[in-house]
Design a protein around this ligand. Structure first.
Ligand SMILES: [Zn+2]
Length: 410
């Protein structure tokens, strides 16, 4: 099982002569492979339908316990359009994508994996107009009237979601640079960490930041990493006027493929334990972002200039917010300031508290989640941190949320 994800697929459903805004929430946790569906009738049948459709387009069901919750509950009458959202929930429960953020997905899924227009499309769109909903994922529709991602098959949805935001390296580095977050990444040689880090200077327009890249941190002498540890604990180290942003990389196992989905890793338990025990745990704990990077087959469809522009804007938002303080960026927020500046909405607070308790995260660790969530919210220009921002930030506390592996090193 890979990183824990949470996604919310929004849809509009016509049921009992009224349109309902329905959330299909999905997440995956470690456990035996199963799918649990709540909030509708005929759950078994829907799951079977979804699983078949996924298999028919030759996509994979993620491994682990997949939990799907339909909220508010929908009766059998509204189910024709629920199949698509539930199937997407199953498919994306193990993937990280933001294609569903702020967008309503409307359509009917056919068993062969094709998606056709929802039979009540006009009615739900009329409702959408009244509510100011204009962003959709749909098989058809007028693209000048609405902002639509067109999808005609399940596979197309999968591919668009994957390249929409593969929060592989480009997303992680964008967050790191936008909010000044020290970052630890582990991954195979081919996953592109080094190339990405080498290109980072292109993305920084402010000259108040330099990148310190530490390759193979597991090989660095422990005494030397002590110095680094002290730097990182004190926040973002400085060099002259510039802040030194640390990116560290390590291989997770001897072949480096341990967390790849390909199953190529041939290291035995002993070898894996050995490599894990070489990771400087105290440094990694001190990093705001810690993540296992998988090889991205699809790259970001954006140019460096687009990303650089967004980073610049996100930095400006922070500059304005922290004008009267010593803080320059979210990554520099002190514990006292975190409470003050990282305001969450009710739902975000709930999942934050749920997961910090579940993983028994200490103050430092949970503070880092809020700092990173603050940056993610800033990138989307949200003043208050939302649930999906917390959910994404949680994915970047990889080692904290994977204690069974981490404890090897305790
Ligand atoms: Zn290996």
């Amino acid at each position: 099982m890979e990183g824990e994800c949470y996604i919310n697929i929004k849809t509009l459903i016509y049921e009992n002569s009224e349109v309902k805004e329905v959330n299909v929430e999905a997440y995956i946790e470690s456990g035996k492979d199963e799918i649990l569906l709540k909030g509708t009738d005929n759950c078994e049948q829907i799951i079977r339908y979804s699983v078949n459709a996924i298999k028919n387009v030759e996509l994979k069901i993620p491994k682990g316990r997949i939990c799907i919750n339909v909220n508010p509950a929908i009766s059998a009458e509204g189910q024709t359009s629920l199949f698509l959202a539930v199937t997407a929930g199953i498919l994306f429960s193990g993937l990280q994508t933001n294609i569903f953020e702020d967008r309503y997905m409307i359509g009917e899924l056919l068993p062969a994996g094709k998606i056709k227009e929802y039979r009540y499309n006009d009615i739900v769109l009329e409702y959408g107009i009244k509510r100011g909903i204009s962003k959709y994922i749909m098989p058809c529709g007028n693209g000048t009237l609405y902002d639509i991602i067109h999808i005609k098959t399940l596979r197309e949805l999968y591919e668009k979601a994957e390249c929409r935001k593969n929060p592989g390296l480009s997303r992680i580095t964008e967050i790191a640079l936008s909010g000044m977050h020290n970052t630890f990444m582990t991954g195979s040689e081919s996953c592109g960490i080094e190339e990405t880090v080498r290109q980072l200077p292109e993305l920084i327009k402010n000259d108040d930041m330099c990148i310190l890249y530490i390759k193979d941190i597991h090989r660095v002498d422990r005494r030397k990493t002590e110095i680094l540890k002290r730097y990182i604990e004190s926040g973002i180290p400085e060099m002259g006027d510039a802040k030194l942003l640390v990116f560290a990389q390590a291989k997770p196992c001897i072949c480096g493929e341990m967390f790849e989905l390909s199953g190529k890793c041939k290291c035995n338990e002993m070898q894996k334990r050995f490599c894990m025990s070489k990771l400087p745990k105290s440094i990694i704990s001190g990093m705001d972002i810690q993540i296992s990077v998988k090889t991205n087959r699809k790259q970001y469809q954006e140019t460096a200039a687009d990303i650089a522009q967004r980073i610049k804007r996100t930095r400006q938002i922070q500059e304005i917010r922290y004008k009267k303080t010593n803080t320059k960026a979210n990554g520099m927020l002190t514990r006292n300031n975190i409470e003050r500046y990282c305001k969450t909405d009710k739902e975000a607070r709930e999942i934050y508290l749920y997961y910090t308790k579940k993983y028994k995260l200490n103050m430092t660790s949970s503070g880092k989640i809020l700092r990173v969530a603050r940056t993610i919210a800033d990138i989307s220009d949200y003043e208050i941190i939302k649930k999906e921002n917390i959910a994404e930030a949680l994915q970047y506390r990889w080692f904290d949320t994977y204690r069974e592996r981490w404890d090897i090193n305790a």
